[in-house]
Write a protein that binds this ligand. Sequence first.
Ligand SMILES: Cc1cc2nc3c(=O)[nH]c(=O)nc-3n(C[C@H](O)[C@H](O)[C@H](O)COP(=O)(O)OP(=O)(O)OC[C@H]3O[C@@H](n4cnc5c(N)ncnc54)[C@H](O)[C@@H]3O)c2cc1C
Length: 292
Amino acid sequence: MLRYNELLSGHTSFRIGGPAYYWAEPENIESVLEAVSLAEDKNKRLLVVGKGTNLLVKDEGFDGVIISLAGDFEKIEKGQGGSIKAGAGASVSKLVKYAFEEGLGGCEFLSGIPGSLGGAIFMNAGVRAIDSPDKFEEIKDILTSLEALDLKDKKIKILDRKDVDFGYRHSGLSEKIILGARFSLKKDKKENIRERISAFNKKREWLAKIGFPNAGSIFKNPASNKPAGMLIESCGLKGKRIGGAEISSAHANVIMNVGKATAKDVLSLMDLARIQVKQKFGIDLEPELKIV
Ligand SMILES: Cc1cc2nc3c(=O)[nH]c(=O)nc-3n(C[C@H](O)[C@H](O)[C@H](O)COP(=O)(O)OP(=O)(O)OC[C@H]3O[C@@H](n4cnc5c(N)ncnc54)[C@H](O)[C@@H]3O)c2cc1C
């Protein structure tokens, strides 16, 4: 499926963003290759997105072809042993639910993280561990391999987890379209899995208080022991508003679209936070969300 001049505000959790030249929802690999060729033929940029939960799309939009994987890429199936094979277009919540139903544990930490598996792998999505908050549980920990279309030579490649440069909210997979992945999970009792899902959901209860469209954490936590939210809060910026964008009073590392916010409003608030944190603490904040 291909749509021209598609408004991206309808495809981002922020509800912000101008139009895309073309919006493609390929349901199989042939259609993905067609969308890639379309971008080349029209001399346009190409971008693959998931569910848009970590994106800030500029007000002028994206003058290129956007691919959002659908159809075959949303399937999840059981492999051998404790393995699960999933398409990159499937939602993270679908994987968590599927694993629970199959009595496979290990991905409970993903419960409540919005978005697609492709986006989660690209971002190496994760959360702080429940019992040891200094540690992170990240999607790379359960990934065995992934299938990706290499945009340099248009070949589909299988990449072993150890061949991917995973880091904190980083995968280095920029010249590739992630098509699917295999995860390694462990057989467990459903009540144990349910308990862990509840524990992770409990940790995320504060998110429900946000109440307005947002894109989760705006900045990465710096290497210092103070998280980005605490640094921004210490600058007195909770509740600070520019246009329709506001720094959340529930968590200072979240910017909300409280009504017709533009990308410019959000970027201005981000600049303000970055400048004040730098002045007060000498720390450079780096955006976590992807600006398109
Ligand atoms: C309320 C809220 C809570 C959140 N909580 C967390 C959290 O606890 N932990 C966490 O890590 N994140 C969190 N996030 C951020 C976000 O949900 C994750 O980063 C998520 O994994 C992004 O997935 P997505 O499908 O929405 O990706 P998108 O936002 O659509 O894209 C993100 C990036 O991934 C790339 N990408 C997407 N799909 C593919 C693909 N198939 N191939 C190659 N590149 C691709 C895009 O080009 C883009 O650069 C939260 C966001 C919100 C709104």
